[in-house]
Design a protein around this ligand. Structure first.
Ligand SMILES: [Zn+2]
Ligand SMILES: [Zn+2]
Length: 236
């Protein structure tokens, strides 16, 4: 594991600025990994992190752990809490850490001589011991096979929109297989279909494809996309 300062430098680069959330997130991730016996979090294939907030600290936790949504090692549970659970998938050990509300007040009291709240919190979160910043609890978390890293276990197409659905996220009844959106849980409302312009790179690739596969002419699709190509795109 790197030092706090090394992680903070990295966190600032990844996140775009330094803030109390970076310090708390880095501290939380370092403590969480240690608590489940993971000393080299980055590159470890044993760690899954459940993060309970989508604010600054979440980026810092990613910086330290290397856990990402795209690797299925970062799970977002939208509870609005500055908390995260660190799961060692090899041993099954899991520890949930939550930032203490009292740490803000502690920062204000101990570092009252610093002029801004941000300075007070940055300094406090860098220097106070873990037990002043977090409460920890040993927990049990089960991660179903379909949520684990690795190749998708299953893939089906929605009967209504035709879009592909991975890993059992479809909604089934006696005679249909629907994606969650078509089953009524859409977070969006479709206004109209958009026409996608091919940029220069796409056109170059299209020319190569035409040369490689005689009879296949994607450059003309770019100008006037046929229905069947658009339908096929839905499966991607
Ligand atoms: Zn921030
Ligand atoms: Zn659908």
């Amino acid at each position: 594991m790197k030092t706090l300062n090394e992680y903070l430098t990295e966190a600032e680069q990844n996140h775009g600025h330094m803030c109390p959330g970076q310090v708390l997130g880095v501290r939380m991730a370092m403590a969480g990994c240690q608590a489940v016996g993971i000393t080299e979090p980055k590159g470890s294939k044993r760690l899954i992190v459940f993060v309970e907030i989508d604010r600054c600290a979440a980026d810092a936790i990613t910086t330290v752990t290397g856990c990402r949504l795209g690797k299925r090692t970062l799970k977002f549970r939208d509870f609005g809490k500055l908390a995260a659970t660190f799961l060692n998938t090899e041993t099954g050990e899991a520890v949930r850490l939550v930032a203490l509300e009292s740490s803000r007040e502690l920062a204000r009291q101990i570092f009252a001589h610093l002029s801004t709240k941000k300075e007070q919190q940055l300094t406090a979160y860098k220097t106070l011991p873990d037990l002043c910043l977090f409460r920890g609890e040993r927990v049990q978390v089960s991660v179903p096979e379909a949520d684990r890293p690795g190749h998708p276990l299953a893939r089906v197409a929605c009967d209504r929109c035709g879009e592909g659905i991975n890993d059992g996220r479809e909604v089934r009844d006696a005679d249909s297989v629907l994606c969650r959106a078509c089953a009524g849980a859409a977070y969006y409302e479709v206004l109209e279909q958009v026409t996608l312009d091919s940029d220069e790179i796409t056109r170059t690739e299209a020319v190569h494809a035409e040369q490689a596969y005689p009879g296949f002419a994607p450059t003309t699709f770019a100008v006037n996309p046929p229905e069947r190509l658009c339908g096929a795109r839905n499966g991607i």
